[in-house]
Each structure stands twice: as structure tokens, then as C-alpha cells.
Ligand binder design. Sequence first.
Ligand SMILES: Nc1ncnc2c1ncn2[C@@H]1O[C@H](COP(=O)(O)OP(=O)(O)OP(=O)(O)O)[C@@H](O)[C@H]1O
Ligand SMILES: [Mg+2]
Length: 358
Amino acid sequence: MRVIGCLSGTSLDGIEIAAADLTLEDGKLLTRPLGSRSEPYPGGLRGDLEAALPPARTSAAALCRLDALVGQAFADAADRANEALCEGAAELVVSHGQTVFHWVEDGHARGTLQVGQPAWIAERLGVPVVSDLRSRDIAAGGHGAPLVALFDVLLLGSAPDTRGALNLGGIANVTIIPGAGDPIAFDVGPGNALIDAAVTHLSGGAERLDEGGRRAARGSIDEPLLNRLLSDPYYALQAPKSTGKEHFHLHYLLEALSERPAIGGDDVLATVTELTGRTVGDVCRRHDVAELVVSGGGSRNATLLASIARAAPGTVLRRSDDYGIPSHAKEAYAFAVLGFLTVHGLTGSLPSCTGARA
Ligand SMILES: Nc1ncnc2c1ncn2[C@@H]1O[C@H](COP(=O)(O)OP(=O)(O)OP(=O)(O)O)[C@@H](O)[C@H]1O
Ligand SMILES: [Mg+2]
């Protein structure tokens, strides 16, 4: 079956799309990647989404409008991907849409909301669309995240040593696959969320990311700020656990910075980059991860990768590209697989990873 997977991550940097030929043969899932694409949101849609996200207030009218416009943007992007990657012969589209809120309270996920009305995609391409991929898992008591765990397990296979898959999106999530026993997965904390928030704030919106981690590399880590950020109780919670940008956003950072008002911009970036590196490194050490396969936009941040390597000296870092999946496209491929499983009546989430009832 020719399947297109698409999503826009929490960084709102655009729509990621991947296409694959998927086949079930003798209980085995065969995946033939057909290629991937990234498209920025058209016009002012990114700005409109940002204006509606926490801690900003929004309205039902604004959410309704965003739901339709994001759905139309996904339909356009999926249509182009169908021509470019599938010779116009896609049979299924799997759309995760755009997360606008992931509701976590008392350590439990209570709900999750993605916009990007899938009917626009179905109407444009004339094929079924699987969407709303997190809600069933949450209804079954899970966190609805990270949903890529099953794909990670299929991609990395089994090995005698513990291996991990890390996605550095707005939020960093990890799947840990031990040599023996069940895999676990959870959101580690902010991936690029605070880095992007700091750059955008410091540059007055002129820049959105720390290209290659260059600003962070020029700065010095501010230990008091780092310790203040590391004291967030989220890091000490047991897995399964999930978080989002409704927690790790600019105001969260500004509150911590209010106690250290004299720090320079590059030093702030060095510190929030180290925060991600340190928290990921802690996970690697705690779980004795021998190899960590990194994906997501943060894998282009050399300072961040160096920070992870320092914090996890016993872990070999690799990229998902080494396993045949381009690091920017792993989630899009993962969602293609999840939707394929869904239309075949198969479960796509792993209870040991999301905490859902089996
Ligand atoms: N060249 C680069 N240098 C430094 N950072 C980069 C570069 N390219 C991308 N990034 C970072 O990666 C982020 C986008 O990554 P990605 O698309 O994987 O995450 P996402 O959209 O938040 O998805 P999700 O949260 O669902 O994983 C950007 O916001 C930026 O912080
Ligand atoms: Mg993205």
C-alpha cells in the first residue's frame, strides 16, 4: 500500500511529509521509503498559530479557522507529495496535523488537540485519511506520546546492548530498547523549544533558530540558571510521561531569567542548549544506553550534539540516516506506518511506552 505520512511538529517550522510502500508479508512489515519533503506553512499561518498557542489566549472562532486553514495547507502539501513521490497513486494519507495543546495534569495525559481538519485532505486526494493518532491511546490510559516508539523498535531491531532513539524536535523524546525486556519511551523535556524561544526573543523575531548552534558555542554556560532550569520537577518523574510547549515556552524561560537578569544572549543560548544536552545525557547514563540514534531538526545543532556527547560519555551517537531514514523525516515515516497499521486493524502504540492499557 502506498502511504503518505504528514505532520507539523511543535516547532511550527513547517509540514514534514514522507511516502512509503508498505506491505504485510508473513506477519512482517516491509517498508520501502519513497522519499520525503518539507514545506513551510503558507502566508501568515505560522504566525497565526503562534498567536493562538499558550500562554496566549485564543477563541473557538480562531481555532476553527486554524483547523480549516491548516487542513487546507496539509491537503496542498499532500497533493504535491502524491505527484512528486507516489506518481499520483497514494492510497492512504496519515495526518497527525498540528498539535495546539497536550493536556497533562497530575502526571497523566487527559487530552490532546491537533488542528488540520483531515476532510480537506480526503476531499483533495480522494483517498482515506487516518488522523487524530494520539487520542485513542490517551482514552486507554496512555500519554498518547511518544507515538514513534513502535517505529523506533522496528527500525533499530534488537541488539545485546541497550539502544536508544532520540528525536530532537521542539520537545525531545526518547525510546529506550533494552537488550532484554520491554522498550520504554517518554518525553525527556525541551529539545529545541527553549533554544528557539530564546533566539526569537533575543533577535526580536528576526531569527527563529540557532543555526548549527553557533551562538550557543560562543556563549558560556551559566550554572545558576542551568541549575534553576534543571530543578523543574518534570525531569525526576518516572516514565511514562509526556510534556509539551504549553509547559516549556518563552515565559517559562523569562521567569527563570528574571533571577539572572545580567546574562548575555549567547550565554542564555549556551545554557538552554546545555539543559537539553544534560537532560538527554542523564537519561543515557541512567539507562546505560550504548548507542543513541538521533533524529529531528536538533540533530543539525552541533553544539547540542556535543553537549549530549559530553553528558553521556559511554554512549555512541549516530543519526537515523545511518538506518536509512533521513533525520528530518523519521516522524513522517513513523506516522505513515501507524496509519497503515490502523487501517489493518492493528495497534500502533506500545503499552510499555505510552502507559496505555494493553
Ligand atoms: N540548521 C539547524 N541548526 C540548528 N537547529 C536547527 C537547524 N535546523 C533545524 N533546527 C532546529 O530543529 C527545529 C525543528 O525540528 P523538527 O522539525 O524536527 O521539530 P518539530 O517541528 O518541533 O517536531 P516535533 O516536536 O514533532 O518533533 C527547529 O525549530 C530548530 O530549533
Ligand atoms: Mg518541524
